[in-house]
Design a protein around this ligand. Structure first.
Ligand code: BDP
Length: 597
């Protein structure tokens, strides 16, 4: 799916700002049929939960309504008019005046509606968007709704981060010509100093397509015609981690000599490959340094914010991070565009976090309901999960920064039914994108002995908390356990290992000379113990600390004002660990440190 971009044949209007806002039941039975009767206004983009001081809004389970008036530019006569929501978390319903024009399930991928027949150039319409936040056993991510004894509906879920909801990304109105470009797919490879670019263009009707490649100076370096083909770029400048280089693919639909529609798709030329226990980018072994992140800031919740985007990337560069994982859902497209332009490597994850009922049994492994069964996560869950994979790949396939798909975070991969659940999903991801490795992030409970699915994937991604949830406060035992487990996975699967999570909570300002959990010193010592084990295990190709920054968690979990495993605080101040990571990572130059270094 193409991002809305202004081009000589397309115009884009951004609809962000203040919208009328109400929660279900507070604005009459049919709020889209007229002006929303409410004193409240909400900012878009932002999660709505932390904007107000009313707990009934923050804890609301169900639908909320956003409404505003929109004027269609008067120059759009003869054009198609399209509404685009970058995200509605987790369900969206869009009304133009009284008419339902789009419905969407899944809170982190975009959807659109062609509303041409309902609006007129120069005219105004009432745009109402319903956003639902309910999570069930057939949504991605999943959850359960319970009713308390006093009648309150409550949302439970199997992940720790707060269930922020609302319009957390931009809303757009844009125009396209009647015959237009629907989609573009670019796949690149390198052949010595020549870059090859396989492209496919989908159009709304049969049309004559012309393509050109422009380099970063705007000079044409290749051209062709036809809806698909291969372009060759001599003396190509590859896209590299830390040294981004982007070309533009300019796609035109032409009718004789007239350009009917034109769209510019940026792309980078690079290859990704897993070979033995190595992860190769452009044929070179790559060592991942960085973080699992969250879209999470004070007040805005999961609302996209360009200022935080710039600042977070500055901090990642400062600390020597060359990569991050979009834990635990697809991030705003602005983030991936920025990563493309700044040479940061991305592992792109679906929102399938919490497919794991073993967590109900806790670390002690008490009896729990089976994760994969008709009553728990079933065929309908998998159908929703498949759609999440389809929408993620459709949205992000052209980003050079994205080097791997992560299909799920911490599913119960050691339980019966896991293989039946995951095998078709891995097949789907490979069919949709045969060029990128596929992974999932494995939970502590699943060891190399008990896991049932790792052989289906390309990279062993491990979330491991030795020294925090296991062997708490005993880093000597933790280091030995960790090293043993890393060796076990390497021997059994002979694949690269990425430690996709490791971390310890730390309260900034809390200090101790002892190995005392929650102190800044303990977070430092914890990371150092982990690093020693990584450096001795040859198969480890990367380390993603959990988390980049402290983040908000649900009320139902024991945390001190959120998850404090951040290397930076929620307002992005470095803890002591940030300086230690900086010392380690800034001298690596994308290569694996050795135990002797
Ligand atoms: C891991 C989860 C992550 C949590 C983390 C933690 O993948 O989302 O925030 O644990 O407990 O299991 O800090």
């Amino acid at each position: 799916m193409l991002r809305p971009r202004p081009t000589p044949t397309r115009e884009v209007v951004n609809l962000d700002g203040l919208w009328r806002f109400a929660i279900e039941g507070s604005a009459g039975p049919c709020p889209w049929a007229g002006p929303l009767d409410t004193p409240l206004e909400a900012a878009v983009p932002a999660s709505y939960n932390d904007l107000f001081t009313d707990a009934a809004i923050r804890d609301h389970v169900g639908w909320v309504w956003y409404q505003r008036l929109v004027r269609v530019p008067r120059g759009w006569a003869g054009e198609r008019v399209v509404l685009r929501l970058d995200a509605a978390t987790h369900q969206g319903r869009v009304y133009v005046d009284d008419e339902l024009v789009a419905e969407h399930q899944g809170g982190y991928t975009p959807f659109e509606a062609d509303i041409t027949r309902l609006v007129r150039p120069g005219g105004e319409f009432r745009l109402t968007i319903g956003v639902g936040n309910e999570l069930t056993n057939t949504t991605i991510p999943p959850g359960t709704i319970t009713v308390s004894q006093d009648g309150r509906r409550q949302q439970k879920y199997l992940h720790d981060f707060y269930n922020y909801a609302g319009l957390a990304r931009s809303v757009w109105l844009y125009s396209v010509p009647a015959v237009h470009i629907d989609d573009i797919t670019v796949v690149t490879s390198l052949d010595g100093t020549t870059g090859t670019v396989d492209y496919t263009v989908e159009t709304s009707a049969p049309a004559t397509v012309r393509v050109r490649v422009l380099d970063a100076t705007g000079t044409e370096v290749a051209a062709s015609s036809g809806a698909n083909g291969t372009l060759r770029i001599d003396h190509v400048t590859p896209w590299q981690p830390g040294a981004a280089y982007l070309y533009d693919l300019v796609v035109d639909i032409v009718d004789r000599e007239a350009v009917v529609d034109t769209y510019t798709q940026p792309f980078g030329v690079r290859t990704v490959e897993v070979r033995g226990q190595e992860f190769l980018i452009n044929g070179e072994p790559f060592y991942f340094t960085g973080f699992g992140k969250h879209e999470d800031t004070p007040v805005r919740g999961k609302g996209h914010d360009d200022a935080y985007l710039v600042h977070d990337f500055q901090l990642m560069k400062w600390v020597g991070a060359n990569s991050f994982r979009t834990s635990h859902y697809p991030y705003a497209e602005e983030v991936l565009d920025f990563a493309d332009r700044h040479g940061i490597v991305v592992i792109d994850e679906t929102a399938a976090v919490g497919l794991n009922l073993a967590v109900e049994g806790g670390l002690a492994g008490r009896p729990h309901r089976p994760t994969f069964s008709g009553e728990t996560f079933n065929d309908d869950t998998r159908t929703a999960h498949a759609e999440a994979i389809r929408e993620l790949i459709a949205r992000d396939k052209n980003h050079p920064s994205v080097v791997m798909w992560c299909l799920a975070n911490e599913p119960s991969s050691h339980e019966e039914g896991a293989r039946e659940y995951f095998e078709p999903l891995v097949g789907l991801a490979r069919k949709l994108d045969p060029t990128r490795p596929v992974s999932y992030a494995a939970v502590m409970f699943a060891t190399h002995h008990s896991d049932r699915i790792m052989d289906l994937f390309d990279v062993v991604c491990l979330n491991r908390y030795y020294g925090w949830y296991v062997a708490t406060g005993d880093l000597i035992t933790a280091e030995a356990f960790l090293e043993g487990e890393l060796r076990g996975w390497a021997e059994k699967f002979d694949k690269p290992i990425l430690v996709s999570e490791y971390g310890a909570d730390a309260l900034p300002g809390l200090h101790s000379v002892w190995d005392t959990p929650w102190t800044e010193e303990y977070q430092l010592a914890y990371l150092a113990a982990n690093h020693r084990a990584f450096d001795r295990a040859e198969a480890v190709v990367g380390e993603h600390v959990w988390n980049f920054a402290d983040f908000q968690t649900s009320n139902g979990i024991h945390r001190v004002d959120g998850n404090r495993k951040g290397v930076f605080t929620r307002d992005r101040r470095p803890k002591s660990a940030a300086h230690a990571l900086r010392a380690r990572w800034t001298r690596l130059d994308n290569r694996k440190p050795r135990a002797a270094d």
